[in-house]
Design a protein around this ligand. Structure first.
Ligand code: FES
Length: 359
């Protein structure tokens, strides 16, 4: 049995050491040196509690920080316009990101420091004890909750200190503004992004060529069951090759004409069973690269959307919401496959409303 001599700090329980617990004398043991509750340190009033001038100074200091945050947010917008990114000039990228980053840091830090200073110097600093309750409080508890909100409002001075409150609102409103300009920067500055995405390099007479060589494809090259990765002729010579390819990439397959279910108006979009569909998945834009020759299904490896080529690439599985756009094709005088026109709907993810962008 553990005892004092054993050096364990445990002693047999008796009336003198039971500390008010219900223990059996002589058989139970209790710790001799139970930690005492140290309680709360004595309250020390802050300078802002004692001196109204110090209180006012702190209030102005916090407001100043919130105004600084506004300056930071506006600074980010100004930096965006004043220090534009010039293509092929790394120094301009450095300057642009440096000043936008510093301005946003100033905006965020000022709100953070201001809020902390407000809490430490101006809000009521008495310590309170919150007893735990069942999850669903009683009506009295709920009323108390409302009271607490009111008290918090009183103690923080949120409604009373209008300068503080309004400057904080201003800081919060100004802070997201730089994001608008930064997100706009994801699209080309000198072109309407909707228009750019709406059209591809395909137009009447443009030959279908192998990806990546760019060699034209004759209808006779496309045997039953084969599939070609296709780009428009001339794509390799364009300035923004990757951007163009991301919109114009096509898959070419040959089926038996009688296996194709063609809807009215699309009768001449295939050439003797050779069909071309956009390779850009209508879910979130991955390349639909897998062709199942027996079932004539196209599979997107990203999230497993499947498209049925026999039925105009309708979605038969997965998260994609609309069929792959079909490229109308025919052959030219030399027997090479050519486009009849551009796609009749935007390629890629389905956030485009089809009706709105129908040509
Ligand atoms: S991108 Fe094709 S299924 Fe998600």
């Amino acid at each position: 049995m553990a005892n004092e001599e054993g050096g364990t700090g445990l002693v047999p329980a008796d009336a003198s050491v039971s500390h008010g617990r219900d223990v059996s004398a002589g058989t139970a043991v209790v710790q001799r040196d139970l930690a005492q509750n140290p309680g709360l340190p004595p309250h020390r009033p802050r300078t802002t509690d004692l001196d109204p001038k110090a209180d006012k100074r702190s209030e102005r200091g916090v407001s100043l920080l919130f105004y600084l945050s506004i300056v930071g947010s506006i600074g980010a917008i100004v930096s965006y316009f004043a220090l534009p990114i010039v293509p092929d000039d790394p120094a301009s990228v450095r300057l642009n990101t440096l000043f936008i980053g510093l301005s946003i840091a100033l905006a965020l830090l000022s709100i953070g420091i201001g809020a902390v200073h407000w809490g430490k110097a101006l809000m009521a600093d008495h310590e309170g004890i919150d007893i735990r309750h069942p999850t669903r409080g009683t009506d009295a508890t709920r009323e108390r909750a409302v009271e607490i909100f009111r008290e918090a409002d009183q103690e923080s001075g949120f409604n009373r200190r209008k300068l503080l409150r309004n400057s904080l609102f201003g800081a919060f409103i100004a802070f997201p503004l730089p994001a608008i300009f930064l997100f706009r920067d994801l699209a080309p500055a000198d072109n309407d992004p909707a228009e750019l995405l709406r059209h591809t390099m395909w137009e009447e007479g443009v030959r279908l060529t192998r990806d990546p060589e760019g060699t034209p494809i004759k209808a006779s090259d496309v045997t039953l069951g084969s599939a070609f990765h296709v780009i428009p002729e001339g794509l390799n010579e364009t300035e923004h090759k990757l951007e163009e390819k991301a919109k114009a990439a096509v898959l070419l397959m040959r089926l038996k004409p009688e296996d194709l279910n063609v809807s009215p108006g699309r009768e001449d979009w295939n050439y003797q069973g050779i069909v071309a569909y956009s390779k850009i998945c209508t879910h979130v834009g991955c390349p639909v690269a897998l062709y199942e020759q027996q079932t004539h299904h196209l599979l997107c490896p990203c999230h497993q959307s499947q498209f049925d080529i026999k039925n105009e690439a309708e979605v038969i599985f997965g998260p994609a919401k609309r069929p792959l756009p079909q490229l109308p094709i025919t052959i030219d005088a030399d027997g090479y496959l050519v486009a009849r026109r551009d796609f009749t709907e935007p390629v890629g993810p389905s956030f485009w409303e089809r009706g709105e962008y129908e040509q």
